[in-house]
Design a protein around this ligand. Structure first.
Ligand code: NDP
Length: 327
């Protein structure tokens, strides 16, 4: 049995942001049509480390592909050579169950998460949105810059991070890659002032973004928190926004950004207006006016990894990428 091994650098080359966004739009649609399968995420705490190990299996009805991601999340790794999210994705034949490929999960997670926000931004943000605020300066901050510039004609970017030298480093790095005007903000309020698009990509457990600071017509991608008791947005930000999610099931179990305002009585379950797939399918309304605030709460779905892995595998076979190993 031959299995294709695909490393991080090859994934970067085989999964461009635009391609991943197009793939995920179909994946979101199939998920919301009920054609996909993914169990609710379980996470195992790793004793003595503060880290977690999470299995994320799924079947994507759009690509008819089967895969499982096994990922660790170890934060406070800034002093080491390791990324916060690491792991592997194993792609299987959905017909026979045999393994087809093993891939690095760092790059897939970085690209597919930002691509999901890219699809949400194309679906919900105002067409003329041109100013972007990025809150955070890690892996997701980098990939979200790429996704947002794919989704809209971004003219200026403000970056805030709790450690300002990290924001500065990111701004310099992105300025070398792009002609977009990129500056660093010393506080979140300044960063989001008049921003048309805001991406929250931090590991903050308590709100960093206040609703009072958001401008009419803004679109927010809330990406960082994926646990019921952690959040990046205050309740006012959620109350004042039209809320969309990747998966209702995930949002109502894992999204502190939604569940904490829900527990306070600030919003009800009806506050979730739809999944992105439902909006794309026409089953839920998206943005209705240029001054309402839209909010995409991303939890990250296993089917995103499955669809990305299937795309990478087909590209690798077509272009001769990866290394075949006889198992
Ligand atoms: P990184 O470790 O690369 O970056 C973490 C960022 O969070 C840094 O910019 C850091 O700022 C910031 N940060 C840490 N603690 C705080 C705090 N208390 N307040 C404000 N900012 C803080 O992580 P990633 O970029 O890989 O991931 C970012 C978040 O996105 C994580 O929470 C992760 O779990 C989540 N995620 C969500 C996914 C989804 O599908 N929705 C998928 C993948 C990740 P600084 O360096 O300046 O200190």
């Amino acid at each position: 049995m031959k299995v294709l091994i695909i490393d991080r650098q090859q994934i970067k080359e085989l999964l461009p942001m635009r391609a991943c966004m197009d793939v995920l739009a179909n994946t979101f649609r199939a998920y919301s049509r009920g054609e996909s399968v993914q169990p609710l995420r379980t996470m195992m705490k790793v004793p003595g480390s503060g880290g977690i190990l999470a299995p994320m299996p799924g079947y994507d009805g759009a690509s008819k592909a089967l895969a499982g991601k096994l990922i660790t999340v170890f934060h406070n790794e800034s002093e080491t050579k390791f990324d916060s999210h690491q792991g592997l994705v194993v792609l299987f034949s959905a017909k026979h169950g045999n393994p087809l490929a093993i891939m690095d999960a760092i790059e897939i997670t970085a690209i597919r998460t930002a691509a999901a926000s890219g699809v949400a931004t194309e679906t919900l943000a105002r067409k003329e949105a041109a100013t972007l605020a990025i809150l955070g300066s890690g892996v997701q901050a980098r990939s979200h810059f790429t996704a947002m510039t794919e989704a809209r004609n971004i003219q200026s970017v403000r970056i805030w991070s709790q450690t300002s030298k990290n924001a500065q480093k990111l701004a310099e790095e992105l300025s070398d890659l792009s002609s977009t005007d990129i500056t660093v903000s010393n506080d979140v309020q300044t960063a989001v002032d008049n921003a048309h698009i805001v991406c929250t990509v931090t590991t903050a457990a308590e709100p960093i973004l206040e609703g009072a600071w958001l401008s009419p017509g803004a679109h927010i991608n809330a990406v960082g928190s994926s646990m019921a008791k952690r959040r990046e947005l205050d309740s006012e930000a959620v109350v004042n926004s039209k809320l969309y999610v990747d998966s209702r099931e995930s949002a109502t179990n894992e999204a502190g950004d939604f569940l904490i305002p829900l527990s306070e009585g600030a919003v009800s379950h009806d506050h979730i207006l739809g999944e992105i797939g439902e909006v794309l399918e026409g089953g839920a309304d998206g943005r209705q006016s240029s001054d309402e605030i839209t909010l995409f709460k991303s939890l990250g779905m296993a089917v995103e990894d499955v669809a990305a892995a299937q795309y990478i595998y087909s590209q690798a076979k077509e272009k001769g990428g990866g290394v075949w190993v006889d198992m």
